[in-house]
Structures are given as structure tokens and as C-alpha cells.
Design a binder for this molecule. Structure first.
Ligand code: MG
Length: 221
């Protein structure tokens, strides 16, 4: 297990994301809850940190934000029971699962829409698990230009952190430094108001109680 992770130099070994994992976010779509976690990935090359710029790619027409609680794995984990999951977690951080919605809709996989360079702001630091009493009860919010867009709590997850990590580890070995993005609540641009999608010049803030906030500006590629 790590003692401490320096966020400035930290790049996860892999990024595994969970889609459709907040009741409110499923309700703002078709209301059909998944019966198993929906997993996808982001390329680790798109990681940026607090204060760095999110680049709006030329080919993208709909750029969106997603505040999410990120779990950082601390021990090699394979076929872990739910009750053992906490032993394998190092800590928590915030990820903005930046997404090219038009590309997500038009292609039959999500990897490219989720993996353009700069599409994974993480930080502002990695908080060791001992410092967070209940990760399943944290307020999380996002703001664009100071206006609140998402406002929820990790208690609204469909599959809990314990269920997610147990499920993922049943087929995929998790290694120290892997990052699990646990899904986003309601309020993303595409499902609220198309005017809420991101534009060059905007500033997005993602905030989670007991972890902090990450702030990133959007610039044209
Ligand atoms: Mg997401």
C-alpha cells in the first residue's frame, strides 16, 4: 500500500468508469436502471490536474462535464468479496469525466468520446480512506462559470462502491494506482439544456465534500 500519492505526478495505471450509476442520472435519461454495472474506460493519456486546461477538440460539437467520486486502489485485488473491499482502497479523489456527447451518441463504443486529450481532470489531491468516514455519504456538485449544474450525494448510487469493486475484481485484476470513476448524478448539459453544454472560455468546477474542488477552463484546441 502507498503511504502517500503525489497528485502532481500521479497517472493511474488504468481508468475504469461506471456509467448510469446514479438514480437521478438514469431518471433524466430513459429511467431504465441497469441490472449490472455499466463499465467503460478512458485512456490514461487524457489525465490532467487542477488548473490545467480542457481542450475543446475541433471535431467535437457537444462537450459535457460529469463530476464523479474516484476511487484509487491501494492493493492488488482479484475476486474480492464486498465485505473486504475497503481493505483494497487507498483513497479518494475527484474526476471530471469530460465527454464528447455527439461522438458518444454517434459511435458504438464510448472509448473515443471519453478519451480525447485532457478529458480526465483529476484532483485536487488524493485523500487517504482513513480521512473519509463514509464515502457513500458525500455531497458532490459541479458548477459552470459559477452556476450550479449538478448537486447530489454519493448515497444516490445504484451500485455501491463495495458492489462495484467486488464486481469489477471478479473479472479484472485491479492494481495499486488504478482509478475507478463511480458515475455521475443528474444535471449534465446534454440532458438539461443544450445551452448548458460547455463552450470555449467556460470554467468548470467539480467539488466533493471532504476532498475539495478541481477547476478547469475550456479552450479551443
Ligand atoms: Mg461518467
Amino acid at each position: 500500500m502507498f503511504n502517500k500519492i503525489n497528485i502532481k505526478t500521479f497517472i493511474p495505471d488504468k481508468i475504469i468508469c461506471v456509467g448510469m450509476n446514479y438514480k437521478s442520472h438514469v431518471d433524466e435519461q430513459d429511467g431504465r436502471f441497469p441490472n449490472k454495472p455499466v463499465l467503460f474506460s478512458k485512456a490514461t493519456s487524457c489525465v490532467i490536474k487542477n488548473g490545467q486546461v480542457i481542450l475543446y477538440p475541433k471535431e467535437v460539437k457537444e462537450l459535457d462535464y460529469e463530476v464523479e467520486l474516484a476511487i484509487i486502489i491501494g492493493e492488488k485485488a482479484k475476486k474480492i468479496a464486498e465485505k473486504e473491499v475497503m481493505d483494497y482502497i487507498f483513497g479518494y479523489t475527484i474526476i471530471n469525466d469530460v465527454t464528447a456527447r455527439d461522438i458518444q451518441k454517434n459511435e458504438s463504443q464510448w472509448y473515443r468520446a471519453k478519451s480525447f486529450d485532457t478529458f480526465a481532470p483529476i484532483g485536487p489531491e488524493i485523500v487517504p480512506k482513513e480521512k473519509i468516514k463514509d464515502p457513500q455519504n458525500l455531497n458532490l456538485r459541479s458548477y459552470v462559470n459559477g452556476e450550479i449544474r449538478q448537486n447530489s450525494n454519493t448515497s444516490d448510487m445504484i451500485f455501491s462502491i463495495k458492489k462495484l469493486i467486488s464486481y469489477i475484481s471478479s473479472s479484472i485484476t485491479l492494481n495499486p494506482g488504478d482509478l475507478i470513476a463511480t458515475g455521475t448524478p443528474a444535471g449534465v448539459g446534454v440532458f438539461t439544456n443544450k445551452n448548458n453544454l460547455l463552450k470555449a472560455g467556460d470554467e468548470v468546477i467539480c467539488e466533493i465534500e471532504s476532498i475539495g474542488k478541481i477547476r478547469n477552463k475550456i479552450e479551443k484546441e
